[in-house]
Write a protein that binds this ligand. Structure first.
Ligand code: PBG
Length: 337
């Protein structure tokens, strides 16, 4: 009690603050999400994500080596699929020679110690931009799971260290674990997007991959689909449900669980962290990145300070790992210190 205690004694200067700091950040806390496209020696900036590029495979590999040198040890990879390869089955997703599979092989060949986590979900491969197969106007859960298993095994064959199901189908973690084990991939892990909310913060990501939900013509017949993902991604009004989803995924064999998005969902991060005994990861998503970039371009926020504050707060909330488009910039800053 005051005056015996004065909280400010522990804040007098940076040295004492550094001694009592409860949370720390290092480049190994980050995973970098990367967008990959066909072609050679080409990169395109995503308009709603200044500084974030969609790269061809050759340039992706160069970037991965740079990230590794900065201390980043994991990448989440996403591919932009050409329209003529999209359909309602998503079959390009398990083409052993597809862009994703080639990307995994190329990255692992160039930088074997980089942990590669390909995204498992059908949206980049779907004519409807949905994460699974459309039947009767909605995503069919169990039929989609069958395809996700083929997709994950094909990623494992290409050399993926982890697969990262972001689709939110029920029971897919169990199916993936069984499928990977049956194919002999006991050491390929599952990082499950367990509490993934139906969020407007994913807008820029869908621009990057041209993967927003949309109607399509099938055999010249127009087919209408929901323009959001609310029948599988979670309602952002819910908290207890996130714990349920995370516990189910751990029971089904998830090695790590994820909460997504980040900053507006840190109560969920802590709740899940307290409930599970596996590492909790957080996706600091595209819209969160875009907000900081836009406000700092206008001079309204201090870019580097806001970036570090948000990353530290995500870690403090309970994240073991943060998937963030700021990974490279933040690693460079941390390495300077
Ligand atoms: C697709 C997927 C999405 C993100 C990661 N995987 C978009 C979506 O669910 O529509 C979003 C990532 C981001 O916004 O940065 N399954």
């Amino acid at each position: 009690m005051f005056p015996l205690h004065r909280g400010r004694r522990l804040r007098v200067n940076e040295s004492i603050r550094s001694l009592v700091r409860e949370t720390s950040l290092s480049p190994a806390d980050f995973m970098f999400p990367m967008f990959i496209m066909e072609g050679e020696n080409t990169k395109v900036e995503i308009p709603s994500m200044p500084g974030i590029l969609r790269r061809t495979l050759d340039l992706t590999v160069e970037e991965v080596k740079e990230l590794f040198a900065l201390g980043i040890r994991a990448v989440n990879i996403y591919v932009k699929v050409s329209d003529d390869l999209k359909d309602n089955t998503g079959k390009e997703a398990w083409n052993d020679n597809g862009l994703m599979q080639r990307a995994i092989r190329a990255i692992k060949a160039a930088c074997p110690e980089m942990i590669v986590m390909p995204d498992v979900a059908l949206d980049p491969y779907s004519i409807y931009g949905h994460d699974g197969i459309i039947e009767k106007g909605d995503v069919a859960n169990d039929a989609t799971n069958d395809t996700l298993v083929k997709m994950a095994v094909s990623h494992a064959k290409a050399g993926a260290d982890f697969v990262a199901p972001s689709d939110m189908m029920d029971g897919r973690v169990l199916r993936l674990r069984q499928g990977l084990d049956a194919a002999g991939f006991h050491n390929v892990g599952i990082m499950s997007y367990s509490a993934k909310y139906a969020s407007a913060f994913y807008g820029p990501f869908r621009d990057a991959l041209d993967s927003a939900p949309k109607d399509a013509d099938v055999d010249t017949e127009p087919v209408e689909v929901p323009k959001d993902k609310k029948t599988y991604q979670m309602d952002y009004a819910n908290r207890i449900e996130a714990v349920k989803e995370a516990l189910w995924d751990v029971e089904e064999g998830a090695d790590m669980v994820m909460v997504k998005p980040g900053i507006a969902y840190l109560d969920i991060v802590r709740e899940v962290k307290n409930a599970v005994d596996v590492p909790v990861t957080v996706f600091h998503v595209s819209g969160e990145y875009a907000m900081i970039k836009a406000a700092s371009e206008r001079g309204w926020l201090d870019h580097d300070k806001i970036m570090m504050e948000q990353l530290m707060c995500i870690k403090r909330a309970g994240a073991s790992l943060i998937s963030t488009y700021f990974a490279k910039e933040a690693a460079i800053l941390l390495n300077k210190k």
